[in-house]
Ligand binder design. Structure first.
Ligand code: 1HN
Length: 348
């Protein structure tokens, strides 16, 4: 490996002359922007365990009325990226959002795209461009870039969901902005994508814009994903059981930025995930297990244990091992990653 010259080796007058002209020499920075063999991997292995998040989120419900919050969220920030940068991975933002009975989070729309993964509670819905999307445990509710959305809670207990947005990417592109709107106040009882895309392999002939970058289906019920994975398990005795959430019109990722999927581990099973370029987020829908990431683990060197409702992160370019800690029950995880961007950029 060639040893490159450093900044300190350059005469101070020369460095000042460069700075005065907004110039920077490349060679002292070369290895850090272009390391050999493996990229910089800032994403730390973290478990944001729900058991410790929940009381703090409920406290936010007492401390801050919805009118003072607009969105009452605790951000799941990855220390590897610096907490102040609100990144879970380089381009993914995560937050736990709380709405109390009778509250409405006001209508707005913005350039970042968002998915909500429902964590607990029932009786709430997100209205997306006039379509009310019911929120049940494990469901994915999409609010693609530019679509109006407000959240209404008519149930009894609190409702909590995980927000997954491409906000860090959008923000650094200087492309993140929002518009406020009047409440949509729909009197519809369900969203039309519920009927339009209720069967896989069957698509409606009512709206003829066949391919859009973001999925026209707004709600992906967990019950369907779960039954698909358990049906797959009947016909596949071994191998990784996983699905991708896709735009039903194009077969491609539901967003151009973030890819979503789900994994099932059979009782007692351990799976080595295919080594990939993209960092990944796991959210535990059902079951208990452990995560082991090559070169990263808890301080005693053992894998990180998790239970349902926990959310974890792992960097790219590493070997990831998942284990189902139960010998009788399956384990179900949702995943979010940056694969659509890596594919678009030709590095996946
Ligand atoms: C947003 O619009 C929501 O609509 C949640 O629920 C979290 C974080 C940053 C920017 C916009 C929501 C958000 C957000």
């Amino acid at each position: 490996m060639t040893t490159l010259g450093t900044l300190e080796e350059l005469p101070i007058e020369y460095r000042e002359a460069l700075t005065d002209r907004n110039l920077v020499p490349l060679w002292p920075a070369m290895r850090s922007v272009l390391p050999y063999n493996v990229p910089t991997r800032d994403t730390s292995v973290i478990n944001w365990d729900y058991q410790s998040i929940r009381p703090l989120l409920m406290q936010a419900g007492e401390l801050t009325p919805i009118e003072k919050a607009e969105r009452r969220v605790l951000i799941l920030a990855n220390p590897g990226h610096g907490l102040e940068n609100i990144q879970a991975t380089p381009s993914i933002y995560l937050g736990m959002q709380l709405i109390l009975p009778g509250e409405t989070a006001p209508n707005h729309r913005h350039t970042p795209s968002a998915v909500r993964v429902i964590v607990e509670g029932e009786g709430a819905f997100t209205t997306v461009d006039g379509e009310p999307c019911k929120m049940e445990r494990g469901d994915l509710i999409l609010t693609p870039a530019g679509k109006w959305h407000e959240h209404t809670h008519e149930g009894d207990g609190p409702i909590v969901w995980l927000d997954v947005l491409d906000l860090p990417l959008m923000y650094r592109l200087n492309g993140s902005w929002a518009i406020e709107g009047e409440l949509q106040n729909t009197d519809k009882t369900r969203d039309k994508s519920y009927s339009d895309y209720s069967a896989s392999g069957v698509v409606p002939n009512i709206e003829f814009q066949r391919v859009t970058d973001s999925s026209p289906q707004l709600r992906y019920p967990w019950s369907k994903t779960r039954s698909c994975l358990t049906e797959m398990a009947v016909d596949h005795a071994e191998g990784l059981l996983s699905i991708s959430y896709v735009n039903p019109e194009s077969g491609r990722s539901i967003f151009p930025s973030i890819g979503f999927g789900a994994i099932m581990l059979r009782p007692g099973e351990t799976q080595l995930l295919p080594k990939r370029t993209t960092p990944v987020i796991f959210h535990v829908i059902e079951g208990a297990g452990s995560l082991a990431v090559e070169g990263h683990s808890s301080t005693d060197g053992s894998p990180i244990n998790f239970v349902d409702k926990d959310t974890l992160s792992a960097p790219g370019y590493t070997q990831i091992m998942l284990k189902n800690n139960s010998t009788t029950e399956p384990l179900f995880l949702m995943t979010a990653d940056e694969s659509p961007l890596h594919e678009y950029l030709g590095i996946f």
